[in-house]
Design a protein around this ligand. Sequence first.
Ligand SMILES: C[S@@+](CC[C@H](N)C(=O)[O-])C[C@H]1O[C@@H](n2cnc3c(N)ncnc32)[C@H](O)[C@@H]1O
Length: 233
Amino acid sequence: LGFDRQVVFRRLLKARFFTRLYTRVIGPASVQMFAEPLRTELLEHLPAGSRVLEVGCGPGLQAVDLARQRPDLELTASDFSAEFIDLGSANAARAGAAIRFVVADAMDLSGFPAASFDAVYSLTAIKHFPDPVRGLQQCLRLLKPGGRLLVAEIRRESLLEEVAALVALFRVPGWLKGLMTRLVHGSLREECPPLVDIQRWLSDAGVVDPAAAPHALVGRPAWVATIVKPQAA
Ligand SMILES: C[S@@+](CC[C@H](N)C(=O)[O-])C[C@H]1O[C@@H](n2cnc3c(N)ncnc32)[C@H](O)[C@@H]1O
């Protein structure tokens, strides 16, 4: 049975039930899972007033959390789903967070000026990009020299226990968690790229610094890579 995953996913994103479900059930788990790497690999390196862009922000929960921790930052959150951008704006307004929400496809971020951000981050979105290398290049173009790009994704090689640790954070009844853990773990092979692909994408996007290699989050089913854009020669 052949079907185009991108087409199915784009349709799903237009469905209100899906975006609401994501916001309530999975989004808060993603915020918890990536809170520490975002803090240590991004926030702690950003001086007051830094300009930060999120690519593939979904319902904007991460951006709202960043705004809560660092109200001094100038935050922009982007996603190609207008449905998610509307939800994100509403979530930010409710939380009193000053975040600019913009509909933008990671395949073409030319609406943002080059070298206009101190940091860009993208969490569990890269597996959906039709051309991940292009997505990385688009993000890197937006960084100022010395700026940081943090990319993270669910790890295809994750152990069952690591998936269970993530599902434990989902807002679903306890009796569903075992089943969800097995479903998510079983789908990793289909949904998530292997680490060798990530390494190749980074190198094809021109990233040569060995420190930017993706690393697994301890006890979590995800990897994170932080790229520091070289200062101009
Ligand atoms: C799994 S969700 C992650 C949302 C959020 N980053 C989080 O961690 O909760 C993936 C997000 O990537 C967005 N996305 C997928 N492909 C995209 C693209 N080409 N350009 C922009 N956003 C994209 C989707 O609309 C969705 O909001």
